[in-house]
Design a protein around this ligand. Structure first.
Ligand code: GTP
Ligand code: MG
Length: 323
């Protein structure tokens, strides 16, 4: 049902929204809102600020877009359970980490890996990209993969090594991994929005953003720009989640940690983006360095799985069990 609704709204143009004339449509488009569904689910205050259209007019436009896109209806528990029945799970390569996640990375959900530099976030992203291309009996989706690379750390050579370790044809695997380099946060947001166009040509069940927060962090420094940064991040996270729901895809994002000046005991670090990222990501995995390529992975704040830790091993062959 979600798929058919998507197809319907894709055919509509924003001029189909009652009350949206040429000038208003132009303002919406210039702000990146060229899609009825995106307007229907936008927050009035944000949309008013971003487009410069008065809040009163925006509230009416959003209400009309909601009616047109037929959103805002309640779903019964049964409908939600049925949607959940379509959830697929992707192996990380480590049985321990899969078990910690209740069987692997879930589709229709954002999973965040956070940790300091060198904690293995990018290695895990390479591994799950390879795994997604494998058959379902091998824990994959037999699908293509999108990677939004913000730090220029995608290495095809690692894909080749990891593919060979699994006896896969590395050329075939590389052909199925589509990488876009994001040059700044706006570009990153745009690439996430364009992901649905890629999904028309390819069967994509894994979308990776490595790293989710680096551009936002460097571009929006200081307290004055914090609320703008959080708003943009929030919108970006919701675009990603929407892609995951519509395509039944895994969304995997990485995040660094920042020092917390207010914490003097225990672990004085926290993921960047704070609550915005935390509330939208359903699974959060905290990675800490151990000895000789071992990494401790801790599941944090899961809605229905117990917190816990396990050990993984970074190796030339990829991500393996550490114990
Ligand atoms: P930042 O992006 O800087 O925040 O770090 P990250 O968490 O993405 O770290 P990344 O995944 O790049 O981890 C780098 C670590 O992976 C290195 O320090 C190595 O320990 C390990 N690693 C990477 N490639 C190999 C490899 O070919 N063999 C082995 N044994 N380890 C590797
Ligand atoms: Mg990295």
């Amino acid at each position: 049902m979600v798929e058919s609704k998507k197809a319907e709204t894709d055919k509509m143009s924003i001029e189909d929204i009652p009350g949206v004339g040429e000038a208003t449509a132009e303002k919406l488009r210039d702000s990146g809102y060229d899609d009825v569904m995106a307007i229907a689910v936008a927050a009035p205050k944000d949309l008013s600020e971003i487009t410069g259209i008065g809040e009163g007019a925006i509230i009416k436009i959003i209400a009309a877009a909601r009616k047109l896109a037929d959103v805002g209806n309640y779903e019964t528990g049964e409908e939600i359970l049925n949607r959940r029945k379509n959830v697929l799970k992707l192996t990380t390569g480590s049985k321990n980490l899969d078990n910690l996640l209740g069987g692997g990375l879930e589709t229709q959900t954002i999973t965040e890996f956070f940790g300091e530099f060198g904690s293995g976030k990018t290695q895990i992203m390479h591994q799950i990209a390879v795994n997604a291309t494998t058959s379902e009996s091998d824990g994959g989706f037999n699908s293509d993969v999108l990677i939004i690379d913000t730090e220029n750390t995608f290495r095809p050579e690692r894909i080749v090594q990891m593919s060979r370790a699994k006896n896969l044809d590395s050329d075939e695997v590389l052909k199925r991994i589509h990488v876009a380099r994001a040059f700044n946060s706006h570009h990153q947001i745009l690439l996430a929005e364009k992901a649905s166009q890629m999904a028309k040509d390819f069967n994509i069940r894994l979308l990776i953003v490595d790293s989710l927060t680096s551009h936002f962090r460097s571009e929006y420094m200081g307290r004055g720009s914090l609320s703008e940064r959080q708003q943009l991040l929030n919108r970006h996270m919701h675009d990603l989640l929407r892609f995951g729901m519509l395509q039944n895809a895994v969304i995997a994002v990485t995040n660094q940690v920042a020092a917390r000046p207010d914490v003097f005991f225990g672990d004085p670090t926290a993921p960047i983006g704070g609550n915005i990222v935390g509330h939208t990501a359903t699974f959060r995995i905290y990675l800490r360095k151990g000895k000789a390529g071992k990494r401790i992975a801790r599941l944090i704040d899961s809605p229905y799985l117990p917190e816990g830790e396990t050990v993984i091993q970074l190796s030339e062959e990829g991500i393996l069990d550490g114990i």
